[in-house]
Design a protein around this ligand. Structure first.
Ligand SMILES: CC(C)(COP(=O)(O)OP(=O)(O)OC[C@H]1O[C@@H](n2cnc3c(N)ncnc32)[C@H](O)[C@@H]1OP(=O)(O)O)[C@@H](O)C(=O)NCCC(=O)NCCSC(=O)C[C@H](O)C(=O)O
Ligand SMILES: [Mg+2]
Length: 294
């Protein structure tokens, strides 16, 4: 089984915001995304790069996964961002506005030339119309070891901008694209995180969107404010009921009379071996979450 890493909550922060960078050392987010791209004004790009890379090198973020979002290679800052990020050796470098597998191949080549640490993976923002149309081909880059691709991140703000789709409750227009990207990620064995929810004051709307993302199959949600962390952590974690039910399913298939059976009847439901496999994943995720202490 692929090792399980909880990615329920991935908090963005502008790389130019020293207070946010410091505060993230104590926040309960599973992933911290230091942004050098859209949240940083052009005049502050260099300062933000230095500040972020110094923070990642200094550490102190405990179990949190550290991700640096660089500017695209074709921008004036892309090359320097990538070189500095590689030197800081975060858990992953997040590449924005990926629209083809070739972009990831080019980034992979740069990483090799720069002597990137093995531990540093590549995550791809899926946020352009072309990325949706080519989602399967982009996700298939995960099989090329040089690309190091391990996670998709939905960029619903850019997607809304480029398509002129409105971000409305329920996301009816966005759902086919979310699910296309999700199917592509799953087909090639990588994780995928849902987009951000912009209305900080609307807690119930945020919770509803987290629940929708969870039910669609996302591993977690990208966030813009510390106040969003607790809800995302709760909603994307297996519930007590799911854990109990998973234990029951696993135990049932371990009974001698069921060992050779493909399907059994349990609590009025048909349960197959694929459900036992899902149950074992639920238990492994619950255990990984329980192990997190900081
Ligand atoms: C949205 C914000 C600008 C709001 O900032 P502010 O008004 O300062 O918030 P508060 O006063 O409520 O802050 C309270 C304390 O929390 C800290 N804080 C705030 N936000 C963060 C954060 N993201 N990470 C860490 N800490 C944070 C403040 O410093 C306060 O601390 P203290 O002084 O101790 O009280 C702001 O929240 C913000 O900048 N959010 C992130 C914006 C961002 O990174 N955007 C880029 C990614 S979104 C995106 O583009 C996705 C994708 O590409 C797409 O296309 O969709
Ligand atoms: Mg974006």
């Amino acid at each position: 089984m692929i090792p399980i890493r909880p990615r329920r909550s991935a908090l963005y922060m502008p790389g130019s915001n020293a207070r946010a960078i410091e505060k993230a050392r104590t926040l309960a987010a599973d992933v911290v995304i230091f942004d050098l791209e859209d949240a940083v004004a052009p005049d502050l790009k260099t300062q933000a790069r230095e500040q972020v890379c110094a923070a990642v090198k200094a550490g102190g973020y405990g179990r949190r996964e550290l991700v640096i979002r660089v500017n695209a290679l074709e921008t004036p800052w892309g090359e320097a961002d990538l070189a500095a990020a590689v030197a800081a050796a975060p858990d992953a470098i997040l590449v924005p506005k990926v629209s083809s597998a070739e972009t990831l191949a080019a980034v992979g080549l740069r990483l090799r030339k720069l002597g990137a640490a093995e531990r540093t993976g590549i995550w791809a923002m899926i946020e352009t119309p072309l990325a949706i149309l080519r989602a399967e081909s982009i996700a298939s880059a995960a099989h090329d070891v040089d690309t190091r691709l391990s996670c998709f991140v939905m960029g619903t703000n850019d997607l809304a901008k480029d398509t002129r789709t409105r971000l409305l409750p329920g996301r009816a227009a966005m759902l086919p694209w979310l699910m296309t990207a999700l199917a592509a990620a799953r087909a090639h064995g990588i994780d995928i995180l849902d987009g951000v929810y912009n209305t900080l004051s609307d807690e119930s709307g945020f919770r509803a969107e987290c629940e929708q993302g969870r039910d669609c199959g996302f591993d977690g949600k990208t966030l813009i404010h510390p106040d969003q962390i607790a809800a995302a952590n709760g909603i994307f974690a297996p519930s007590e009921h799911e854990i109990e039910s998973a234990r029951t399913i696993v135990a049932a298939f371990e009974q001698p009379e069921n060992r050779a059976r493909g399907a059994i009847s349990l609590g009025g439901r048909m349960v197959e071996r694929l459900h036992a496999e899902m149950a074992r994943r639920t238990l492994a995720m619950a255990e990984a979450i329980a192990k997190q202490t900081t």
